[in-house]
Design a protein around this ligand. Structure first.
Ligand SMILES: [Zn+2]
Length: 222
């Protein structure tokens, strides 16, 4: 079976195990999960504030490259390290960039890739077509995403285009994870659901730091 075709373009680095959606049944966030996740999203002030050199260095370590166009850190691990960054809708070189929230944390990135490889996105997309209430909530998530991005500036090339397949499909769980963590629970229903699946499967725990320390990080923190 071709597992790689099930993933998004963020999925390339992960060798997916043989899994199916049966291993990741639909899940909802518990009250404890919701509380833990709500603590990870940053304030409007912090996500619009230029990240510190330490944050940039950490993101560089997480991604293995220097990201462009970061305007702030939109979600942080319990330990304070970045989970997701907020990116300008137009990069410094002029390129339109629709992905407002970009997932950076290795444990979360791997968890999203594992769920993608199991076929979770196809199942979610099918449910969107069958469940009007879910589709309406996902449409609202799409509009919330665009509203926060448009506050950073008008980019005609990507007007009305959000990310991750919103508002009618699910094409990237990394995008949905990043939105659910950055916006907090109750905004992106399928992002919340994907996080709940990852938590149930013990791929991620929002109450616990799962960072891999980079060399010399202690000296730069605080
Ligand atoms: Zn951490």
């Amino acid at each position: 079976m071709q597992m790689s075709v099930r993933g998004c373009r963020h999925n390339s680095g992960v060798q997916a195990p043989e899994t199916t959606t049966e291993q990741f049944p639909p899940a909802t966030l518990s009250d404890a999960d919701r509380l833990a996740i709500s603590r990870l999203s940053t304030s409007q002030d912090e996500r619009s504030h230029t990240p510190s050199p330490g944050d940039i260095a950490e993101v560089n370590w997480q991604l293995g490259r220097t990201p462009r166009g970061i305007v702030g850190i939109s979600a942080r691990c319990a330990c304070g390290r970045p989970l997701a960054v907020k990116t300008a809708p137009r990069l410094p070189d002029g390129t339109p960039f629709p992905t407002l929230f970009y997932l950076t944390h290795p444990a979360l990135t791997a968890a999203a890739s594992t769920l993608e490889a199991a076929g979770v996105m196809k199942e979610m997309t099918a449910r969107l077509e069958a469940d009007a209430r879910l589709a309406a909530a996902y449409g609202a998530a799409h509009r919330a995403y665009l509203a926060e991005r448009e506050a950073l500036g008008d980019v005609p090339e990507i007007a009305g285009i959000s990310a991750g397949g919103m508002p009618t499909r699910v094409k990237c769980l990394h995008v949905l994870f990043a939105h659910a963590l950055s916006a907090g629970p109750g905004i992106n229903p399928l992002g919340d659901e994907a996080l709940a699946m990852a938590i149930r499967a013990r791929l991620y725990d929002p109450a616990r730091c799962q960072c891999v320390a980079r060399p010399h990080s202690d000296a730069e923190s605080a």
